[in-house]
Design a protein around this ligand. Structure first.
Ligand SMILES: Cc1cc2nc3c(=O)[nH]c(=O)nc-3n(C[C@H](O)[C@H](O)[C@H](O)COP(=O)(O)OP(=O)(O)OC[C@H]3O[C@@H](n4cnc5c(N)ncnc54)[C@H](O)[C@@H]3O)c2cc1C
Length: 490
């Protein structure tokens, strides 16, 4: 019986869930969302992966509408600055891929292979992907050309406005919106949730509960005691400080996130239509909050004594292993979080909601479906964590204990170790990727981009007569970019 669903929490995860369920559930189920006005939302998280584009497409919400409401801009990838000190690899671009890249990318894979085996060849990812050119030349990834394929790209947005936009859409779809502080939940003898109790005395019942209460994880972790597996041995960062700065007038920004390594973490720089979002994600073991704020302000040219608004945050990095337990599923920060280096949190939210909807739309929910759901969410979280961990493991910075520890002390999975070993030894990297295919969330081009982009190569190189001619790839990417992708408007 699924007559009613209560979403607890009204951050981005809560409203994405309520909106999607109200549109995609094929049953006549009443959907309500309760949120606290006193606690508020986390209010950061301004970058996406290309999956968000598909989310809005599935809901028939045009870009024109939601992007305008959320000060959103396009994103064609992430530029990583100062993660590596290898000459010529101090900066690299992790692009979103499209079908135009097929030929130059093949040359890139080939050249990377040569370079790994000690031959001279240009293996810098920046030269082989059209998205990198779009970023450099400030192009829109939306092309007026009639193509036979879709161009993948992502967005930057104001996270508060995104939540508000989805709230209005969800309410228009019939979602009931309640305001209350939930103080406890009543659990039945079979460990399912019967109701939640509001501080003013009201009791809210439902057949199914979605815990979107953020890091509090009120239902899944606090009430149902689902254990949390920390990633802190692998990902050291556990804090962040965020500052918004004004936009330069009359100047469009490049459609990219910049992620710049600092003394004990990295700084993000995100362009919105109305302002910049900036922040420093760091490890509190190596840097205190005051020092992090000072370092960020220095990077942004903000005087120490400025009264600009600064937001400090703590992050709990890891995941539960049972995202769905009895009649409760956790979506968003309540189920886990991986630091935002590749801006993956809303992508995991989206996967969780889509998978949940598929199961709830079945005639009857079998235990196996819940087990499969949990296994898949664990695979996704762990796969993203593995890819993120490589950014730290491969760093070559020598300016702080933090970076040395990231290189030497972080716990890597056997999969990641195998991939790096195969790469370093010049072995069959393709075979290694295929062997681990089922565990990998990031696919082949991303692995090549990070390993090549960090300059993970031997130094003394021999000449190879068959190295791919990079100028051909550069000319091709340049021509495609100019032909199909218009200059971004201010
Ligand atoms: C520094 C940082 C940077 C990030 N950057 C990115 C990024 O670039 N891209 C990305 O995809 N993600 C990013 N994220 C993650 C992103 O912010 C979150 O995944 C997203 O905002 C969803 O949060 P949420 O809805 O789960 O939680 P929250 O926003 O915390 O919402 C929790 C909701 O639960 C309610 N609530 C809590 N307790 C109660 C209670 N007792 N009673 C009633 N209501 C309650 C709150 O009022 C609120 O409405 C970032 C996170 C951090 C920390």
């Amino acid at each position: 019986m699924l007559n009613s669903i209560l979403v607890v929490g009204g951050g981005t995860a809560g409203w994405m869930t309520a909106l999607y369920l109200s549109k995609k559930l094929n049953k006549k189920t009443k959907i309500s969302l309760v949120e606290s006005e006193d606690i508020g939302i986390i209010g950061v998280g301004e970058g996406s992966t290309p999956y968000l584009k598909h989310f809005f497409q599935e809901l028939d919400i045009p870009e024109k509408e939601w992007m305008a409401a959320c000060d959103a801009t396009y994103k064609t990838g992430i530029q990583f600055d100062n993660w590596s000190t290898e000459p010529a690899f101090e900066s690299y671009f992790h692009p979103f891929f499209n079908a135009f890249d097929k030929k130059p990318a093949d040359m890139f894979f080939y050249n990377s292979g040569l370079r790994r085996r000690g031959f001279e060849a240009d293996a810098h990812p920046e030269h082989y992907f059209t998205a990198a050119y779009m970023a450099k030349e400030k192009r829109s990834p939306v092309t007026p050309s009639k193509l036979e394929f879709d161009i993948d790209y992502a967005y930057h947005f104001d996270s508060v406005k995104l939540g508000q936009f989805m709230r209005e859409k969800a309410k228009a779809q019939g979602v009931e919106h309640l305001i209350a502080n939930i103080v406890s939940a009543k659990v039945a003898s079979d460990s399912s949730i019967m109701s939640v109790q509001c501080d003013q005395g009201d009791v809210l019942t439902a057949d199914f509960f979605v815990d979107c209460t953020g890091f509090a994880s009120l239902l899944l972790q606090q009430t149902l005691k689902r254990p949390f597996d920390s990633y802190s041995q692998t990902l050291f960062n556990d804090a962040a400080v965020a500052i918004q700065t004004p936009h330069e007038a009359q100047q469009s920004a490049a459609p990219q996130t910049v992620s710049k390594a600092l003394s004990a973490g990295w700084m993000w720089n995100i362009p919105l239509t109305t302002r910049w979002g900036n922040g420093y994600v760091y490890s509190s073991k190596y840097l205190d909050a005051d020092a992090a704020e000072k370092e960020l302000k220095r990077e942004l040219d903000i005087p120490d004594d400025s009264d600009i608004k600064v937001k400090h945050l703590k992050m709990r990095v890891g995941r539960v292993s049972e995202h769905w337990y009895k009649n409760c599923v956790g979506i968003g920060l309540s189920q886990g979080f991986i630091e935002p280096l590749e801006a993956t949190a809303l992508m995991l939210v989206q996967f969780g909601i889509q998978n949940l909807t598929k199961v709830l739309n079945c005639e009857k929910v079998e235990v196996k479906q819940v087990v499969d759901y949990n296994n898949e969410m664990n695979r996704l979280f762990d796969g993203v964590k593995d890819y993120i961990s490589v950014h730290y493991a491969l760093n070559t910075r020598h300016d702080s204990e933090y970076w040395a520890d990231c290189r030497e002390k972080i716990k890597l999975t056997a999969t990641v170790k195998d991939l790096i070993k195969s790469w370093d030894r010049g072995e069959d990297f393709e075979a290694e990727l295929t062997k681990h295919h089922s565990e990998l969330v990031y696919l082949r081009p991303s692995w090549y981009c990070i390993l090549s982009g960090m300059g993970r190569f031997a130094h003394h190189l021999k000449h190879h007569p068959k190295a791919g001619p990079v100028h051909i790839a550069k000319e091709y990417c340049h021509r495609i970019t100019n032909k199909h992708f218009p200059t971004l408007e201010v």
